[in-house]
Design a protein around this ligand. Structure first.
Ligand SMILES: *Cc1c(COP(=O)(O)O)cnc(C)c1O
Length: 366
């Protein structure tokens, strides 16, 4: 039976990448060593690291005045590193609140300075992106932080805020590499690797050079971006195996036609799944505003009367899905129902298998 893993993260990796890692596990390219056993300063690993960075720069079109950092601590540590490094003595930072991950970033930033919430979608249960003309931005803000894809709520921006000279900071943990973006519009982009890049334990930061070297005076050395930028992410031992797997994922993306080609497939996958939800006469329901629906994380509930969620039906759905090899579809505890995460590495055939099952299931119960 073919298994399709819809986990929100750590998430599915391309099979080709896992097979290559398996083939190279004990002996990387005739070195006689596993990548896990190599010195991070040896020529083998420095080559792996440099290739991964070069491939990422090519895929995303990262301009030369940006540093690419391979760090640890997850997206969560970025919630603190960003204010520590980017407040730069300014009075406050702007934050957009579109859901659970925005809230976590905001809560942490408040420990370091004043936070100005420029827009909020709590009035409709975090199910939409607030229109830009309603945002109350501060032209003197140290930076503006937002989460382009709320992994839990399934709300995604299909546009980039135009904030003038205020550095734009984005938590792209769950949609990086899934769509084309213009990196030059951002001051800093960050992402935990475990959704669309590679294994957990690696965090990617892309930061514009002029934002480095202005961290608060008491910033721990390890939390200062400049430490890692100056040392080429080798100040201390980096997450070497994670960087290696990320590099294989970048090569897989290049072979697949790059981000433009991946974006087309991602649109086709998301369209297929949302169409099935919308055609179900209310049996399945996605609470997110249509224009703001995520291409990566698709939350939906099961309803039997169109108003009441039937939790027993949820259990039955998950059990039958599991039996078919459609795994990890249970929704986040704060939203309930189901969530299908359909990152880059989820093939169209996986989404088709899910849709076929959903149609059959609603046929049995509708
Ligand atoms: C998963 C996720 C996080 C948390 O990432 P960690 O690496 O576990 O800290 C933060 N933000 C978004 C948008 C996420 O999807």
């Amino acid at each position: 039976m073919t298994i399709y893993n819809f986990s929100a993260g750590p998430a599915v990796l391309p099979k080709e990448v896992l097979l290559q890692a398996q083939a190279e596990l004990l002996d990387w390219h005739g070195s006689g060593m596993s990548v896990m056993e190599m010195s991070h300063r040896g020529k083998e690993f420095t080559g792996i690291h440099a290739q991964a960075e070069a491939d990422l720069r090519e895929l995303m079109g990262i301009p030369a005045n940006y540093k690419v950092l391979f760090l640890q601590g997850g997206a969560h540590l970025q919630f603190s590193m960003i204010p520590l490094n980017l407040l730069r003595g300014k009075a406050s930072a702007d934050y957009v609140n579109t859901g659970e991950w925005s809230k976590k970033a905001i809560g942490e930033a408040r420990k370091f300075g004043a936070v100005n919430i420029v827009a909020d979608n709590a009035d409709r249960n975090c199910t939409y992106v607030p229109a830009f003309d309603t945002w109350q931005c501060d032209p003197n803000a140290a930076y503006l932080h937002y989460c382009p894809n709320e992994t839990i709520g399934g709300v995604e921006f299909n546009w980039v805020p135009e904030v003038g000279n205020v550095p734009l900071v984005a938590d792209m943990s769950s949609n990086i590499l899934s769509r084309q973006i213009d990196v030059s519009k951002f001051g800093l982009i960050y992402a935990g690797a475990q959704k669309n890049i590679g294994p957990a334990g690696l965090t990617l930061v892309i930061v514009r050079n002029d934002l480095l070297g202005q961290a608060a005076a008491n910033t721990p050395t390890m939390l200062d971006y400049k430490t890692h930028a100056d040392a080429g992410s080798m100040y201390n031992t980096p997450p070497t195996y994670g960087i290696y797997i990320a590099g294989l994922v970048f090569q897989w993306l290049k072979k697949s036609g790059g981000i433009a080609a991946m974006e087309k497939i991602n649109i086709a996958k998301a369209d297929l799944l949302y169409a099935a939800i919308d055609a179900s006469n209310g049996f399945y329901h996605c609470p997110v505003n249509k224009a703001d629906r995520s291409r990566m994380n698709v939350p939906f509930t099961l309803q039997n009367t169109g108003t009441l969620k039937d939790a027993a039906l949820d259990g039955d759905f998950l059990k039958q899905a599991d039996a078919r090899g459609l795994l990890q579809l249970k929704g986040h505890r704060s939203v309930g129902g189901m969530r299908a995460s359909i990152y880059n590495a989820m093939p169209l055939a996986g989404v088709q298998a899910l849709v076929d099952f959903m149609n059959e299931f609603s046929g049995q119960h509708g």
